[in-house]
Design a protein. Structure first.
Length: 642
Protein backbone atom coordinates (compact mmCIF):
# COMPACT_ATOMS: atom_id res chain seq x y z
CA UNK A 1 0.00 0.00 0.00
CA UNK A 2 1.65 3.21 -1.14
CA UNK A 3 0.38 6.73 -0.42
CA UNK A 4 -1.73 8.30 -3.08
CA UNK A 5 0.01 11.68 -2.71
CA UNK A 6 -3.11 13.73 -3.34
CA UNK A 7 -2.61 17.33 -2.20
CA UNK A 8 -5.36 19.48 -0.76
CA UNK A 9 -4.31 22.32 -3.02
CA UNK A 10 -5.44 20.16 -5.98
CA UNK A 11 -8.84 19.47 -4.50
CA UNK A 12 -9.80 22.81 -2.95
CA UNK A 13 -11.03 24.36 -6.25
CA UNK A 14 -13.70 21.69 -6.33
CA UNK A 15 -14.92 22.53 -2.83
CA UNK A 16 -18.12 24.53 -2.43
CA UNK A 17 -17.90 27.39 0.06
CA UNK A 18 -20.61 27.41 2.68
CA UNK A 19 -22.78 30.47 2.91
CA UNK A 20 -22.33 32.46 6.12
CA UNK A 21 -25.67 31.52 7.61
CA UNK A 22 -25.04 27.84 6.92
CA UNK A 23 -21.63 28.12 8.55
CA UNK A 24 -23.09 29.66 11.70
CA UNK A 25 -25.88 27.08 11.74
CA UNK A 26 -23.36 24.27 11.39
CA UNK A 27 -21.21 25.39 14.29
CA UNK A 28 -24.22 26.08 16.48
CA UNK A 29 -25.58 22.57 15.93
CA UNK A 30 -22.14 20.99 16.28
CA UNK A 31 -21.35 22.83 19.53
CA UNK A 32 -24.49 21.57 21.31
CA UNK A 33 -24.33 17.96 20.07
CA UNK A 34 -22.20 16.27 22.76
CA UNK A 35 -22.62 12.56 22.27
CA UNK A 36 -20.62 9.73 23.82
CA UNK A 37 -19.68 6.80 21.56
CA UNK A 38 -19.12 3.32 22.91
CA UNK A 39 -15.60 1.85 22.77
CA UNK A 40 -14.90 -1.09 20.46
CA UNK A 41 -11.80 -3.27 20.14
CA UNK A 42 -11.72 -2.88 16.35
CA UNK A 43 -12.69 -0.20 13.86
CA UNK A 44 -15.02 -1.19 11.03
CA UNK A 45 -15.30 0.59 7.70
CA UNK A 46 -18.79 0.37 6.24
CA UNK A 47 -18.94 3.36 3.89
CA UNK A 48 -19.30 5.82 6.75
CA UNK A 49 -18.09 9.32 5.97
CA UNK A 50 -16.07 9.71 9.17
CA UNK A 51 -14.78 7.13 11.66
CA UNK A 52 -13.32 8.48 14.91
CA UNK A 53 -10.73 5.98 16.11
CA UNK A 54 -10.22 7.87 19.36
CA UNK A 55 -13.76 7.10 20.44
CA UNK A 56 -13.22 3.41 19.90
CA UNK A 57 -10.04 1.94 21.36
CA UNK A 58 -6.39 2.72 20.86
CA UNK A 59 -3.67 0.50 22.31
CA UNK A 60 -0.31 1.88 23.36
CA UNK A 61 2.98 0.99 25.00
CA UNK A 62 5.95 3.06 26.12
CA UNK A 63 8.74 2.79 23.56
CA UNK A 64 12.15 2.99 25.21
CA UNK A 65 15.44 2.59 23.39
CA UNK A 66 14.95 -1.19 23.36
CA UNK A 67 11.55 -0.99 21.65
CA UNK A 68 12.03 1.11 18.55
CA UNK A 69 11.48 -1.50 15.85
CA UNK A 70 8.16 -2.53 14.37
CA UNK A 71 8.82 -6.23 14.79
CA UNK A 72 9.36 -5.74 18.53
CA UNK A 73 6.14 -3.73 18.80
CA UNK A 74 4.22 -6.50 16.99
CA UNK A 75 5.56 -9.13 19.39
CA UNK A 76 4.60 -7.05 22.41
CA UNK A 77 1.09 -6.49 21.03
CA UNK A 78 0.69 -10.22 20.30
CA UNK A 79 1.79 -10.97 23.86
CA UNK A 80 -0.85 -8.59 25.26
CA UNK A 81 1.64 -6.05 26.62
CA UNK A 82 -0.08 -3.05 24.95
CA UNK A 83 -2.53 -1.19 27.14
CA UNK A 84 -6.03 -0.20 26.09
CA UNK A 85 -6.27 3.53 26.60
CA UNK A 86 -8.52 4.69 29.45
CA UNK A 87 -8.69 7.92 27.55
CA UNK A 88 -10.18 7.03 24.16
CA UNK A 89 -8.41 9.99 22.55
CA UNK A 90 -5.06 8.98 24.04
CA UNK A 91 -4.18 12.03 26.08
CA UNK A 92 -0.90 11.26 27.86
CA UNK A 93 -0.17 14.81 29.04
CA UNK A 94 3.54 15.66 28.97
CA UNK A 95 4.95 12.41 27.63
CA UNK A 96 7.63 10.82 29.80
CA UNK A 97 8.65 8.51 26.97
CA UNK A 98 8.08 7.80 23.30
CA UNK A 99 5.12 5.52 22.48
CA UNK A 100 3.86 2.88 20.10
CA UNK A 101 0.15 3.22 19.31
CA UNK A 102 -1.95 0.73 17.32
CA UNK A 103 -5.49 0.00 16.13
CA UNK A 104 -7.11 -2.41 13.68
CA UNK A 105 -9.21 -1.36 10.65
CA UNK A 106 -11.58 -3.90 9.05
CA UNK A 107 -13.28 -3.31 5.67
CA UNK A 108 -16.79 -4.85 5.75
CA UNK A 109 -17.58 -3.75 2.19
CA UNK A 110 -16.75 -5.72 -0.92
CA UNK A 111 -15.20 -2.78 -2.70
CA UNK A 112 -12.05 -0.71 -2.47
CA UNK A 113 -12.02 2.66 -0.74
CA UNK A 114 -9.64 5.63 -1.05
CA UNK A 115 -9.36 6.89 2.51
CA UNK A 116 -7.40 9.40 4.54
CA UNK A 117 -6.00 8.73 8.00
CA UNK A 118 -6.04 11.96 10.03
CA UNK A 119 -3.92 12.41 13.16
CA UNK A 120 -5.89 15.31 14.62
CA UNK A 121 -2.96 17.01 16.33
CA UNK A 122 -0.93 19.76 14.63
CA UNK A 123 1.88 19.43 17.22
CA UNK A 124 3.59 16.05 16.90
CA UNK A 125 7.39 16.07 16.85
CA UNK A 126 7.99 12.88 14.87
CA UNK A 127 5.74 9.96 13.88
CA UNK A 128 6.52 6.80 11.90
CA UNK A 129 3.33 5.35 10.38
CA UNK A 130 3.30 1.61 9.55
CA UNK A 131 0.55 -0.44 7.91
CA UNK A 132 0.49 -4.24 8.44
CA UNK A 133 -1.62 -6.24 6.01
CA UNK A 134 -1.59 -9.95 6.88
CA UNK A 135 2.15 -10.63 6.97
CA UNK A 136 3.30 -7.61 4.97
CA UNK A 137 4.44 -4.47 6.84
CA UNK A 138 4.92 -1.11 5.09
CA UNK A 139 6.32 2.17 6.35
CA UNK A 140 3.74 4.53 4.88
CA UNK A 141 5.40 7.78 5.90
CA UNK A 142 7.54 9.58 8.45
CA UNK A 143 6.13 12.92 9.45
CA UNK A 144 6.06 15.55 12.23
CA UNK A 145 7.00 19.07 13.25
CA UNK A 146 10.66 18.08 13.26
CA UNK A 147 10.55 18.04 9.45
CA UNK A 148 9.93 20.99 7.09
CA UNK A 149 6.28 21.40 6.18
CA UNK A 150 6.88 20.73 2.46
CA UNK A 151 7.75 17.09 3.27
CA UNK A 152 4.14 16.31 4.24
CA UNK A 153 2.08 14.13 1.94
CA UNK A 154 -0.89 16.49 2.13
CA UNK A 155 -0.73 20.25 2.45
CA UNK A 156 -2.64 20.36 5.72
CA UNK A 157 -2.00 21.95 9.11
CA UNK A 158 -2.44 18.59 10.87
CA UNK A 159 -1.05 15.22 9.75
CA UNK A 160 -3.06 13.35 7.10
CA UNK A 161 -2.03 10.14 5.28
CA UNK A 162 -3.91 8.87 2.22
CA UNK A 163 -4.20 5.07 1.77
CA UNK A 164 -6.29 2.49 -0.08
CA UNK A 165 -8.41 -0.12 1.70
CA UNK A 166 -9.04 -3.22 -0.42
CA UNK A 167 -12.36 -5.15 -0.40
CA UNK A 168 -12.94 -7.11 2.81
CA UNK A 169 -9.38 -6.31 3.85
CA UNK A 170 -7.91 -5.82 7.33
CA UNK A 171 -5.11 -3.36 8.17
CA UNK A 172 -3.38 -2.81 11.48
CA UNK A 173 -1.75 0.60 11.87
CA UNK A 174 1.24 1.20 14.12
CA UNK A 175 2.48 4.66 15.05
CA UNK A 176 5.88 5.21 16.64
CA UNK A 177 5.37 8.63 18.25
CA UNK A 178 8.53 10.44 19.36
CA UNK A 179 7.04 13.13 21.59
CA UNK A 180 9.06 12.70 24.76
CA UNK A 181 9.09 15.81 26.94
CA UNK A 182 6.17 17.43 25.12
CA UNK A 183 2.40 17.16 25.41
CA UNK A 184 0.98 14.11 23.66
CA UNK A 185 -2.62 13.95 22.49
CA UNK A 186 -3.67 11.70 19.64
CA UNK A 187 -7.24 11.87 18.35
CA UNK A 188 -7.40 9.72 15.20
CA UNK A 189 -10.07 9.62 12.49
CA UNK A 190 -10.55 8.05 9.06
CA UNK A 191 -12.35 9.83 6.22
CA UNK A 192 -13.39 9.32 2.70
CA UNK A 193 -11.57 11.86 0.59
CA UNK A 194 -14.65 14.01 -0.11
CA UNK A 195 -15.72 14.15 3.53
CA UNK A 196 -12.14 14.97 4.54
CA UNK A 197 -11.98 17.96 2.20
CA UNK A 198 -15.35 19.18 3.44
CA UNK A 199 -14.03 18.97 6.99
CA UNK A 200 -10.94 20.96 6.02
CA UNK A 201 -13.09 23.55 4.27
CA UNK A 202 -15.12 24.12 7.42
CA UNK A 203 -12.03 24.30 9.64
CA UNK A 204 -10.21 26.74 7.37
CA UNK A 205 -13.32 28.88 6.98
CA UNK A 206 -13.62 29.10 10.75
CA UNK A 207 -9.95 29.90 11.34
CA UNK A 208 -10.13 32.46 8.52
CA UNK A 209 -13.21 34.05 10.03
CA UNK A 210 -11.62 34.09 13.50
CA UNK A 211 -8.36 35.55 12.16
CA UNK A 212 -10.25 38.24 10.26
CA UNK A 213 -12.23 39.22 13.36
CA UNK A 214 -9.05 39.39 15.43
CA UNK A 215 -7.12 41.43 12.85
CA UNK A 216 -9.94 43.92 12.29
CA UNK A 217 -10.39 44.36 16.04
CA UNK A 218 -6.62 44.83 16.50
CA UNK A 219 -6.35 47.44 13.72
CA UNK A 220 -9.39 49.29 15.05
CA UNK A 221 -7.86 49.26 18.54
CA UNK A 222 -4.60 50.70 17.19
CA UNK A 223 -6.63 53.41 15.43
CA UNK A 224 -8.44 54.30 18.66
CA UNK A 225 -5.13 54.37 20.53
CA UNK A 226 -3.55 56.83 18.08
CA UNK A 227 -6.69 58.98 18.28
CA UNK A 228 -7.12 58.96 22.05
CA UNK A 229 -3.69 57.85 23.41
CA UNK A 230 -5.62 55.66 25.85
CA UNK A 231 -3.35 52.72 26.79
CA UNK A 232 -6.24 50.28 27.09
CA UNK A 233 -6.59 50.26 23.27
CA UNK A 234 -2.85 49.66 22.79
CA UNK A 235 -2.74 46.76 25.25
CA UNK A 236 -5.94 45.34 23.77
CA UNK A 237 -4.49 45.43 20.24
CA UNK A 238 -1.28 43.73 21.40
CA UNK A 239 -3.33 41.13 23.28
CA UNK A 240 -5.37 40.33 20.17
CA UNK A 241 -2.27 40.05 17.97
CA UNK A 242 -0.56 37.74 20.47
CA UNK A 243 -3.79 35.67 20.63
CA UNK A 244 -3.81 35.34 16.85
CA UNK A 245 -0.12 34.36 16.75
CA UNK A 246 -0.68 31.83 19.53
CA UNK A 247 -3.67 30.34 17.69
CA UNK A 248 -1.92 29.94 14.34
CA UNK A 249 1.18 28.59 16.13
CA UNK A 250 -0.50 25.93 18.26
CA UNK A 251 -2.88 24.83 15.51
CA UNK A 252 -0.17 24.43 12.88
CA UNK A 253 -1.26 27.21 10.53
CA UNK A 254 1.92 29.17 11.21
CA UNK A 255 4.02 26.18 10.19
CA UNK A 256 1.91 25.79 7.07
CA UNK A 257 1.76 29.41 5.89
CA UNK A 258 4.40 31.54 7.68
CA UNK A 259 7.49 29.50 8.65
CA UNK A 260 7.16 26.21 6.68
CA UNK A 261 10.92 25.69 6.52
CA UNK A 262 11.58 26.22 10.23
CA UNK A 263 10.46 23.27 12.42
CA UNK A 264 12.20 24.77 15.44
CA UNK A 265 10.14 27.97 15.17
CA UNK A 266 6.96 25.91 15.02
CA UNK A 267 7.89 24.30 18.35
CA UNK A 268 9.04 27.48 20.11
CA UNK A 269 6.26 29.88 19.09
CA UNK A 270 3.39 28.13 20.89
CA UNK A 271 4.70 28.40 24.50
CA UNK A 272 6.22 31.84 23.82
CA UNK A 273 3.07 33.46 22.44
CA UNK A 274 0.98 31.75 25.12
CA UNK A 275 2.91 33.71 27.78
CA UNK A 276 2.69 36.97 25.79
CA UNK A 277 -1.02 36.38 25.30
CA UNK A 278 -1.70 36.21 29.05
CA UNK A 279 0.52 39.27 29.60
CA UNK A 280 -1.58 41.19 27.07
CA UNK A 281 -4.82 40.17 28.77
CA UNK A 282 -3.60 41.19 32.24
CA UNK A 283 -2.23 44.52 30.95
CA UNK A 284 -5.53 45.23 29.16
CA UNK A 285 -7.53 44.31 32.27
CA UNK A 286 -5.39 46.60 34.47
CA UNK A 287 -5.76 49.52 32.06
CA UNK A 288 -9.50 48.85 31.76
CA UNK A 289 -10.07 48.71 35.55
CA UNK A 290 -7.85 51.67 36.46
CA UNK A 291 -10.72 54.23 36.44
CA UNK A 292 -12.68 52.07 38.89
CA UNK A 293 -10.06 50.71 41.27
CA UNK A 294 -6.65 51.59 42.65
CA UNK A 295 -5.97 48.66 44.99
CA UNK A 296 -2.23 49.07 44.86
CA UNK A 297 -1.05 45.74 46.24
CA UNK A 298 -3.16 43.65 43.83
CA UNK A 299 -2.18 45.80 40.86
CA UNK A 300 1.48 45.56 41.89
CA UNK A 301 1.21 41.77 42.06
CA UNK A 302 -0.40 41.64 38.60
CA UNK A 303 2.23 43.99 37.16
CA UNK A 304 4.87 41.72 38.67
CA UNK A 305 3.20 38.72 37.04
CA UNK A 306 3.30 40.54 33.68
CA UNK A 307 7.02 41.16 34.09
CA UNK A 308 7.73 37.54 35.08
CA UNK A 309 5.64 36.14 32.23
CA UNK A 310 7.28 38.42 29.66
CA UNK A 311 10.67 37.13 30.75
CA UNK A 312 9.37 33.55 30.82
CA UNK A 313 7.79 33.80 27.37
CA UNK A 314 11.05 35.14 25.95
CA UNK A 315 12.85 32.01 27.18
CA UNK A 316 11.01 29.93 24.58
CA UNK A 317 12.81 31.89 21.85
CA UNK A 318 16.27 31.74 23.46
CA UNK A 319 18.83 29.43 21.81
CA UNK A 320 19.97 28.04 25.19
CA UNK A 321 16.54 26.38 25.57
CA UNK A 322 17.23 23.15 23.69
CA UNK A 323 13.84 22.04 22.42
CA UNK A 324 15.24 18.56 21.68
CA UNK A 325 16.26 18.12 25.29
CA UNK A 326 13.21 16.19 26.45
CA UNK A 327 13.90 16.58 30.16
CA UNK A 328 14.43 20.34 29.82
CA UNK A 329 11.26 20.77 27.74
CA UNK A 330 9.23 18.74 30.22
CA UNK A 331 10.39 20.98 33.10
CA UNK A 332 9.79 24.10 31.00
CA UNK A 333 6.21 23.13 30.10
CA UNK A 334 5.28 22.04 33.63
CA UNK A 335 6.66 25.28 35.05
CA UNK A 336 4.74 27.24 32.43
CA UNK A 337 1.45 25.59 33.39
CA UNK A 338 2.14 26.37 37.05
CA UNK A 339 2.88 30.05 36.36
CA UNK A 340 -0.19 30.39 34.12
CA UNK A 341 -2.43 28.84 36.81
CA UNK A 342 -1.20 31.34 39.43
CA UNK A 343 -1.59 34.27 37.03
CA UNK A 344 -5.10 33.27 36.00
CA UNK A 345 -6.14 32.82 39.65
CA UNK A 346 -5.05 36.36 40.52
CA UNK A 347 -6.71 37.84 37.41
CA UNK A 348 -10.02 36.07 38.05
CA UNK A 349 -9.99 37.13 41.71
CA UNK A 350 -9.18 40.74 40.88
CA UNK A 351 -11.80 41.07 38.12
CA UNK A 352 -14.47 39.53 40.33
CA UNK A 353 -13.47 41.83 43.21
CA UNK A 354 -13.64 44.98 41.08
CA UNK A 355 -16.91 43.85 39.45
CA UNK A 356 -18.64 43.37 42.81
CA UNK A 357 -17.08 46.22 44.81
CA UNK A 358 -16.39 48.94 42.28
CA UNK A 359 -18.12 48.80 38.91
CA UNK A 360 -20.23 46.18 37.17
CA UNK A 361 -18.83 47.11 33.76
CA UNK A 362 -15.76 45.02 34.67
CA UNK A 363 -18.04 41.96 34.49
CA UNK A 364 -17.46 42.02 30.72
CA UNK A 365 -13.81 41.18 31.35
CA UNK A 366 -14.63 38.69 34.08
CA UNK A 367 -17.02 36.80 31.81
CA UNK A 368 -14.51 37.04 28.94
CA UNK A 369 -11.79 35.22 30.86
CA UNK A 370 -14.32 32.79 32.33
CA UNK A 371 -15.55 32.04 28.79
CA UNK A 372 -12.10 31.07 27.55
CA UNK A 373 -11.51 29.04 30.74
CA UNK A 374 -14.80 27.17 30.25
CA UNK A 375 -13.90 26.44 26.62
CA UNK A 376 -10.47 25.25 27.76
CA UNK A 377 -12.03 22.94 30.36
CA UNK A 378 -14.44 21.56 27.74
CA UNK A 379 -11.48 21.01 25.44
CA UNK A 380 -9.67 19.11 28.21
CA UNK A 381 -12.82 17.05 28.79
CA UNK A 382 -12.97 16.33 25.08
CA UNK A 383 -9.32 15.29 24.93
CA UNK A 384 -9.73 13.06 28.00
CA UNK A 385 -12.77 11.36 26.46
CA UNK A 386 -15.32 12.60 28.98
CA UNK A 387 -17.42 14.25 26.28
CA UNK A 388 -17.61 14.08 22.52
CA UNK A 389 -17.48 17.41 20.75
CA UNK A 390 -17.46 16.76 17.00
CA UNK A 391 -15.11 19.64 16.25
CA UNK A 392 -11.35 19.79 15.98
CA UNK A 393 -9.51 21.37 18.90
CA UNK A 394 -8.53 24.36 16.74
CA UNK A 395 -12.10 24.97 15.59
CA UNK A 396 -13.46 24.65 19.12
CA UNK A 397 -10.93 27.04 20.66
CA UNK A 398 -11.51 29.47 17.77
CA UNK A 399 -15.18 29.69 18.71
CA UNK A 400 -14.17 30.34 22.32
CA UNK A 401 -11.79 33.13 21.26
CA UNK A 402 -14.49 34.83 19.19
CA UNK A 403 -16.83 34.83 22.20
CA UNK A 404 -14.03 36.13 24.45
CA UNK A 405 -13.05 38.94 22.06
CA UNK A 406 -16.72 39.86 21.62
CA UNK A 407 -17.16 40.24 25.41
CA UNK A 408 -13.96 42.25 25.80
CA UNK A 409 -14.90 44.49 22.88
CA UNK A 410 -18.34 45.06 24.39
CA UNK A 411 -16.66 45.97 27.66
CA UNK A 412 -14.32 48.47 26.02
CA UNK A 413 -17.16 49.90 23.92
CA UNK A 414 -19.35 50.28 27.02
CA UNK A 415 -16.51 51.95 28.88
CA UNK A 416 -15.89 54.29 25.93
CA UNK A 417 -19.60 55.15 25.75
CA UNK A 418 -19.71 55.79 29.50
CA UNK A 419 -16.53 57.88 29.31
CA UNK A 420 -17.89 59.88 26.38
CA UNK A 421 -21.19 60.47 28.17
CA UNK A 422 -19.43 61.62 31.35
CA UNK A 423 -17.11 63.83 29.32
CA UNK A 424 -20.07 65.43 27.53
CA UNK A 425 -21.80 66.05 30.87
CA UNK A 426 -18.61 67.59 32.29
CA UNK A 427 -18.22 69.70 29.15
CA UNK A 428 -21.83 70.92 29.34
CA UNK A 429 -21.36 71.76 33.01
CA UNK A 430 -18.11 73.56 32.18
CA UNK A 431 -19.78 75.50 29.36
CA UNK A 432 -22.58 76.54 31.71
CA UNK A 433 -20.01 77.71 34.23
CA UNK A 434 -18.10 79.57 31.52
CA UNK A 435 -21.34 81.09 30.28
CA UNK A 436 -22.13 82.29 33.80
CA UNK A 437 -18.60 83.63 34.27
CA UNK A 438 -18.71 85.37 30.89
CA UNK A 439 -22.09 86.89 31.70
CA UNK A 440 -20.83 88.16 35.05
CA UNK A 441 -17.67 89.46 33.39
CA UNK A 442 -19.67 91.33 30.75
CA UNK A 443 -21.86 92.86 33.44
CA UNK A 444 -18.74 93.90 35.36
CA UNK A 445 -17.12 95.28 32.21
CA UNK A 446 -20.21 97.28 31.28
CA UNK A 447 -20.43 98.69 34.79
CA UNK A 448 -16.73 99.59 34.69
CA UNK A 449 -17.03 101.22 31.28
CA UNK A 450 -19.99 103.27 32.49
CA UNK A 451 -18.01 104.30 35.55
CA UNK A 452 -14.98 105.30 33.45
CA UNK A 453 -17.08 107.20 30.92
CA UNK A 454 -18.96 108.97 33.71
CA UNK A 455 -15.75 110.00 35.44
CA UNK A 456 -14.19 111.15 32.15
CA UNK A 457 -17.28 113.19 31.36
CA UNK A 458 -17.87 114.60 34.85
CA UNK A 459 -14.33 115.17 36.04
CA UNK A 460 -11.89 115.50 33.14
CA UNK A 461 -14.46 116.81 30.66
CA UNK A 462 -15.73 119.51 32.99
CA UNK A 463 -12.13 120.44 33.87
CA UNK A 464 -11.18 120.86 30.22
CA UNK A 465 -14.32 122.93 29.62
CA UNK A 466 -13.33 125.28 32.46
CA UNK A 467 -9.85 125.60 30.90
CA UNK A 468 -11.44 126.63 27.60
CA UNK A 469 -13.64 129.25 29.29
CA UNK A 470 -10.75 130.58 31.38
CA UNK A 471 -8.40 130.89 28.41
CA UNK A 472 -11.12 132.61 26.35
CA UNK A 473 -11.84 135.03 29.22
CA UNK A 474 -8.16 135.89 29.64
CA UNK A 475 -7.71 136.28 25.90
CA UNK A 476 -10.80 138.55 25.60
CA UNK A 477 -9.65 140.88 28.41
CA UNK A 478 -6.04 141.05 27.27
CA UNK A 479 -4.96 144.25 25.44
CA UNK A 480 -4.01 142.08 22.42
CA UNK A 481 -4.58 138.50 21.46
CA UNK A 482 -2.09 136.11 22.97
CA UNK A 483 -1.16 133.26 20.50
CA UNK A 484 -0.25 130.95 23.35
CA UNK A 485 -3.59 131.43 25.09
CA UNK A 486 -5.36 130.92 21.75
CA UNK A 487 -3.45 127.67 21.20
CA UNK A 488 -4.33 126.49 24.71
CA UNK A 489 -7.99 127.28 24.05
CA UNK A 490 -7.98 125.35 20.74
CA UNK A 491 -6.18 122.38 22.30
CA UNK A 492 -8.68 122.26 25.15
CA UNK A 493 -11.60 122.37 22.68
CA UNK A 494 -10.07 119.49 20.74
CA UNK A 495 -9.55 117.51 23.94
CA UNK A 496 -13.16 118.14 24.95
CA UNK A 497 -14.30 116.89 21.54
CA UNK A 498 -12.03 113.82 21.72
CA UNK A 499 -13.21 113.15 25.25
CA UNK A 500 -16.80 113.14 24.01
CA UNK A 501 -15.91 110.53 21.39
CA UNK A 502 -14.17 108.36 23.98
CA UNK A 503 -17.08 108.63 26.39
CA UNK A 504 -19.51 107.74 23.61
CA UNK A 505 -17.49 104.69 22.52
CA UNK A 506 -17.27 103.42 26.12
CA UNK A 507 -21.03 103.40 26.63
CA UNK A 508 -22.26 99.75 26.34
CA UNK A 509 -25.55 100.82 24.79
CA UNK A 510 -23.65 102.34 21.83
CA UNK A 511 -22.19 99.03 20.64
CA UNK A 512 -24.55 98.56 17.68
CA UNK A 513 -24.04 99.48 14.04
CA UNK A 514 -27.15 101.63 14.03
CA UNK A 515 -25.86 103.68 16.99
CA UNK A 516 -22.52 104.16 15.22
CA UNK A 517 -24.10 105.44 12.01
CA UNK A 518 -26.49 107.68 13.92
CA UNK A 519 -23.65 109.21 15.96
CA UNK A 520 -21.49 109.55 12.83
CA UNK A 521 -24.29 111.41 11.04
CA UNK A 522 -24.66 113.77 14.00
CA UNK A 523 -20.92 114.49 14.27
CA UNK A 524 -20.45 115.10 10.54
CA UNK A 525 -23.39 117.49 10.49
CA UNK A 526 -21.77 119.46 13.32
CA UNK A 527 -18.46 119.59 11.46
CA UNK A 528 -19.87 120.59 8.06
CA UNK A 529 -22.86 122.76 9.03
CA UNK A 530 -20.90 126.03 9.33
CA UNK A 531 -17.95 125.13 7.10
CA UNK A 532 -19.32 126.94 4.07
CA UNK A 533 -18.98 123.74 2.00
CA UNK A 534 -21.87 122.16 0.17
CA UNK A 535 -22.01 118.59 1.54
CA UNK A 536 -24.10 115.47 1.05
CA UNK A 537 -24.45 112.48 3.42
CA UNK A 538 -25.47 109.25 1.73
CA UNK A 539 -26.26 106.87 4.58
CA UNK A 540 -28.31 103.61 4.37
CA UNK A 541 -31.88 103.74 5.60
CA UNK A 542 -32.06 100.08 6.69
CA UNK A 543 -29.34 99.11 9.16
CA UNK A 544 -28.99 95.48 10.36
CA UNK A 545 -28.60 94.62 14.03
CA UNK A 546 -24.85 94.12 14.30
CA UNK A 547 -22.75 94.46 17.44
CA UNK A 548 -19.43 96.26 16.96
CA UNK A 549 -16.60 96.34 19.47
CA UNK A 550 -15.28 99.49 21.14
CA UNK A 551 -11.99 99.69 19.23
CA UNK A 552 -13.57 99.17 15.83
CA UNK A 553 -16.32 101.73 16.53
CA UNK A 554 -13.76 104.29 17.59
CA UNK A 555 -11.46 103.62 14.62
CA UNK A 556 -14.34 103.96 12.10
CA UNK A 557 -15.45 107.18 13.73
CA UNK A 558 -11.96 108.76 13.92
CA UNK A 559 -10.84 107.77 10.39
CA UNK A 560 -13.97 109.21 8.76
CA UNK A 561 -13.87 112.38 10.90
CA UNK A 562 -10.14 112.83 10.17
CA UNK A 563 -10.81 112.51 6.42
CA UNK A 564 -13.62 115.09 6.56
CA UNK A 565 -11.60 117.39 8.85
CA UNK A 566 -8.68 117.40 6.37
CA UNK A 567 -11.04 118.16 3.49
CA UNK A 568 -12.55 121.11 5.38
CA UNK A 569 -9.19 122.47 6.52
CA UNK A 570 -6.89 121.97 3.53
CA UNK A 571 -8.77 121.14 0.31
CA UNK A 572 -10.57 124.47 -0.36
CA UNK A 573 -13.35 122.27 -1.71
CA UNK A 574 -16.78 123.55 -2.61
CA UNK A 575 -18.47 120.17 -2.37
CA UNK A 576 -18.01 117.08 -0.21
CA UNK A 577 -19.88 113.76 -0.43
CA UNK A 578 -19.72 111.17 2.36
CA UNK A 579 -21.23 107.77 1.54
CA UNK A 580 -21.65 104.74 3.82
CA UNK A 581 -22.25 101.31 2.26
CA UNK A 582 -23.18 98.23 4.30
CA UNK A 583 -22.29 94.73 3.17
CA UNK A 584 -23.02 91.40 4.82
CA UNK A 585 -19.90 91.49 6.97
CA UNK A 586 -18.28 94.87 6.36
CA UNK A 587 -18.76 98.64 6.18
CA UNK A 588 -17.38 100.81 3.34
CA UNK A 589 -16.92 104.59 3.72
CA UNK A 590 -16.29 106.82 0.66
CA UNK A 591 -15.31 110.53 1.08
CA UNK A 592 -15.06 112.65 -2.07
CA UNK A 593 -14.30 116.36 -2.47
CA UNK A 594 -13.63 118.63 -5.44
CA UNK A 595 -10.73 120.48 -3.80
CA UNK A 596 -7.18 121.13 -4.93
CA UNK A 597 -5.88 117.75 -3.81
CA UNK A 598 -2.46 116.96 -2.37
CA UNK A 599 0.63 114.86 -2.93
CA UNK A 600 -0.09 111.59 -1.11
CA UNK A 601 3.62 110.62 -1.03
CA UNK A 602 4.58 113.78 0.84
CA UNK A 603 1.48 113.82 3.03
CA UNK A 604 2.21 110.36 4.39
CA UNK A 605 4.89 111.98 6.55
CA UNK A 606 2.20 113.91 8.43
CA UNK A 607 0.59 112.64 11.62
CA UNK A 608 -2.97 112.69 10.24
CA UNK A 609 -2.50 110.12 7.47
CA UNK A 610 -0.12 108.08 9.62
CA UNK A 611 -2.79 107.83 12.31
CA UNK A 612 -5.38 106.84 9.72
CA UNK A 613 -3.08 104.13 8.32
CA UNK A 614 -2.36 102.81 11.82
CA UNK A 615 -6.05 102.65 12.74
CA UNK A 616 -7.08 100.93 9.48
CA UNK A 617 -4.40 98.27 10.00
CA UNK A 618 -5.52 97.83 13.62
CA UNK A 619 -9.08 97.27 12.35
CA UNK A 620 -7.97 94.71 9.75
CA UNK A 621 -9.36 96.88 6.94
CA UNK A 622 -8.11 98.69 3.83
CA UNK A 623 -7.50 102.39 3.07
CA UNK A 624 -7.17 103.75 -0.49
CA UNK A 625 -6.48 107.43 -1.17
CA UNK A 626 -6.52 109.01 -4.65
CA UNK A 627 -5.83 112.76 -4.88
CA UNK A 628 -5.13 115.21 -7.72
CA UNK A 629 -6.27 118.42 -9.36
CA UNK A 630 -9.81 117.03 -9.66
CA UNK A 631 -10.10 116.52 -5.89
CA UNK A 632 -9.57 113.73 -3.38
CA UNK A 633 -11.20 110.30 -3.23
CA UNK A 634 -10.82 108.23 -0.03
CA UNK A 635 -12.18 104.68 0.31
CA UNK A 636 -12.18 102.85 3.67
CA UNK A 637 -13.10 99.19 4.13
CA UNK A 638 -13.91 97.95 7.66
CA UNK A 639 -14.74 94.24 8.20
CA UNK A 640 -16.93 93.59 11.24
CA UNK A 641 -18.04 89.94 10.77
CA UNK A 642 -21.55 88.49 10.93
Amino acid sequence: MMPTGIGIEKCLPAMKLLTLHKLFLFFFIQSICIVSIAQQPNVYYNKEENISIGYNKLYYIAAGDSLNKLVDAQKNYANGKFKGSKNPRLNLGIASDNFWVTFNLINTVNESASLILDLENPRLNEVDVYAVNKTKATLITRLGDNFPFRQRILNYNQFAIPFTLKPLDTIRFYFLIKQKGNTLQLPVSIHKQNSFYKKIEKEYLLIGFTSGVLLLTAFFSFFLFFKSLNKVYLFYALYILSTLLWLISTEGYGFQFIWPGSPEAATRFGPGFSAFNLCGFIATALAFTKPYDDTKWIRKVLNGIIFVMLLWGMQAFMPYIDIRNTQLMSVFLRTSFFIYAIALSFVVYYLLYVSIKKNKIVLFYFFAIMTIMVFSLLLIAKNTGLINIPLSSGSFISIGLVFEIALMTLGIASQFYQYKKEKEEIMLEYLEQQKSVTKNLLITQEAERKRISRELHDDIGSGLTRLVLMSDSINNHAPENNPTLHKISETCRKLVNDMGEIVWSLQPENNSLSQLISYLREELNKMLEYSGINYKLLFPEIIPEVVIGNELRRNILLIIKESVHNAIKYSAAEKITIQIKLNTDSLDAIIKDDGKGFDTALSLNGNGLKNMQHRIIESGGELNIHSGTQGTHIECHFPFGN
